[in-house]
Every structure is written in structure tokens, then in C-alpha cells.
Design a protein around this ligand. Structure first.
Ligand SMILES: [Zn+2]
Length: 355
């Protein structure tokens, strides 16, 4: 019953949050972009490489040989990668049916900016299915055999409850708009993490070190570099802050034992600090408060600009060769598209980061 009420309240809050903070705004922005120059979020990542290194020789587009002949012909759109398939599977229990209805009504799977923006960008061997389902566990995971990402209704429900709990003051007043933002920010991070596993598997990417850390880094990189002019740098930071908070909440209060140390995931605190390091390191001037507020120890912060740059560069180099023909860009083109998007974002949301 409790979750039914929370979900009901959040429906409104989520609609508002999506309009203001990204979901619908992003779609509108994408449509505007489509009318101008085709753009991909990873252009931003690609551009990060172009910015810090001598420009690579421009790649010849696939149809370059025939460029002269095609000059007067109708433009032929280059191929996209296989599309993502979004599905809401029926829940079995009454409690989770409420969450299923909420998820369907809100179409939450299409409000995950960075995930949606990756749709069709990469040459995957086949469609990636992104599902919501009842799992009888609070979880989200990737199933390699079926090429499916499963987001459990139990996880959505948990994030709704946790978001409300974290944004309720001492008088019992809940800030549902913040709770809705918390839900979306965490779903965005979580699903990007799972997309990371899917990419490692389907594109047979090289990963050294722990895959769990690598895909956390991909999720953070994409949330930092996706150019959505309807979200300010402050929104970007608070989204990552909220995703980091999830790790802190889910640490073991009773301390850690062998099973934790032997686990494939880093400890919650470590995942949190890794995320904060990426955020601060992406723009130390803008995100200095991450350090001065005590969320990232100075000793770690010193190395974060280099660490953040290296991770972004590594993921860029890893993914760019897998871009679908439609999204292939020379370094120069990527830089120009990126600069225009940044300019538009600053015009739309001039508010600085003040957390
Ligand atoms: Zn994982």
C-alpha cells in the first residue's frame, strides 16, 4: 500500500521532473538537432579526445570515392546500428503490478537520456532488449545469452522509496520532485552500467581490470559528456551525486567480511569516491565544491583530473570504431558539433553549479 501511494505521488513529480530536467526536454532537443545536423552523445566523448591530442587525419567517409558524383543526387542516409527494444513485461504480484503500471504510464525506459541517446549509434550484432520485469529481487542485470538488460520492478520500487526517504525533512514533508530526480538519476546510471556490460559482451571489447569498475566508469563518462543543453552542469553534478548516494546507502553498516572483499564489485564507498573523482576531475574549477564540501578527500582529488581524462579517452577510443556509419565523424566535425551544443546549453541553462 505504501509503495502505491508513493508511486502515485511520484507520477506527477516525475512528469514535472522530466519536462524540466531532461526527459521530454531532451526529446525536443533531439528533434531540433535532427532538423539540423545529425548528432550523437558520443560525439562529445569523441571530441574530448580531439581536444587533447593532435587531430587524427580525417577518416574518409565510406562513400567518399563517389562524393563528386553524389553532389547533385538526393542525400542517402548512412546506416544506423540495430535499435534498442524497450519492453514492460507483466508483473505477477499485486504490489509489483502497481510498479509495472507506473513504469508503463511514465514510459521510464524512454526517459533515460543517455541510454536512449545510444540507441542505434553502435554497430551491435543485433538488437539490445531493455526490459522491466518482476524478479523477486532488487536488481538490474544483463543476460548475455538473450542479449537482454533486465530492470526489476523491485529496483524501481526501492529507488522510489529510497528517494522519498532521502528527501523527507524532519517535519515529514517530502520533496517529491527531488525524489523523482533521484529515481531517474539512478536509473540512468544503473542502466548505463548494464549497457556497459552488454557492449563488453556484444562488441567483444577489451577490458583489463575489473569489468564492474570499467562499466561504472563508462556510465559516469556518458553522464558527464552527453551534451544535453536542457540540463546545466549543476544538473549533471546532482545526477551523479544522487547516483553516488545510492552506493553510500548500500554500504554494509556491520562492516565487511570475506564475501565483500572477494566480490566482483568494488565496495560501495569505493564506487562512490570513484564517481566523485570522475566528476571533480572532469572540470576541477567548476566542481571544486565536491572537494571543499568533503565529498572527495584532497589526497585523491589531486590525481582526478588526469584520471578522469584518461578514462574518458580510453572509453572513447574503445567505442568510436564501433560507431554506425551514420554517426561517424571526423575529429573536426565532432569538435564543431560539440562546441555548438555546449554553446546552446550555456545559453539555455546559465546557472552555475552551486551544491
Ligand atoms: Zn555490473
Amino acid at each position: 500500500m505504501k509503495s502505491k501511494i508513493l508511486v502515485g505521488v511520484l507520477v506527477v513529480a516525475l512528469m514535472l521532473a522530466c519536462t524540466v530536467a531532461g526527459g521530454l526536454g531532451f526529446l525536443l532537443w533531439q528533434q531540433r538537432q535532427a532538423a539540423q545536423v545529425p548528432v550523437t552523445p558520443l560525439v562529445a566523448v569523441e571530441q574530448a579526445v580531439a581536444n587533447e591530442e593532435p587531430a587524427a587525419p580525417p577518416e574518409e567517409p565510406a562513400a567518399a570515392d563517389d562524393a563528386a558524383d553524389l553532389a547533385d543526387a538526393e542525400p542517402v542516409e548512412a546506416a544506423k546500428g540495430p535499435a534498442f527494444v524497450y519492453e514492460y513485461l507483466p508483473a505477477h504480484s499485486k504490489a509489483m503490478r502497481t510498479v509495472e503500471n507506473f513504469s508503463r504510464d511514465m514510459d521510464v525506459l524512454r526517459k533515460l537520456n543517455e541510454v536512449n541517446a545510444l540507441d542505434g549509434v553502435l554497430m551491435l550484432p543485433g538488437p539490445l532488449r531493455v526490459l522491466t520485469a518482476e524478479c523477486e529481487a532488487i536488481n538490474a542485470y544483463y543476460v548475455p545469452d538473450r542479449r537482454e538488460i533486465v530492470l526489476c520492478y523491485e529496483m524501481i520500487n526501492y529507488l522510489v522509496e529510497l528517494g522519498v526517504q532521502l528527501h523527507t525533512d524532519q517535519n515529514g514533508q517530502s520533496d517529491t520532485s527531488q525524489a523523482a530526480r533521484f529515481l531517474l538519476a539512478n536509473l540512468r546510471f544503473m542502466l548505463l552500467h548494464e549497457v556497459g556490460h552488454a557492449l563488453v559482451h556484444q562488441l567483444e571489447l577489451n577490458v583489463t581490470g575489473r569489468e564492474e569498475d570499467a562499466v561504472d566508469q563508462l556510465a559516469t563518462t556518458l553522464m558527464l559528456t552527453l551534451i544535453d543543453p536542457d540540463e546545466s552542469e549543476g544538473d549533471v553534478a546532482s545526477n551523479l551525486d544522487m547516483a553516488g548516494r545510492f552506493f553510500l546507502v548500500n554500504t554494509s553498516e556491520a562492516g565487511y567480511g570475506l564475501a565483500h572483499y572477494a566480490g566482483e564489485h568494488s565496495l560501495g564507498e569505493q564506487r562512490y569516491f570513484n564517481l566523485m573523482c570522475m566528476l571533480y576531475g572532469a572540470d576541477p574549477g567548476r566542481y571544486l565544491r565536491v572537494v571543499t564540501s568533503g565529498r572527495l578527500p584532497e589526497a585523491r582529488a589531486l590525481r582526478c583530473p588526469e584520471e578522469s581524462k584518461r578514462i574518458t579517452r580510453s572509453w572513447s577510443r574503445t567505442l568510436v570504431p564501433h560507431f554506425a556509419p551514420r554517426y561517424q565523424r571526423t575529429g573536426e566535425e565532432a569538435q564543431q558539433i560539440h562546441a555548438e551544443a555546449v554553446q546552446r546549453r550555456r545559453q539555455n541553462t546559465p546557472a552555475p553549479y552551486r551544491q
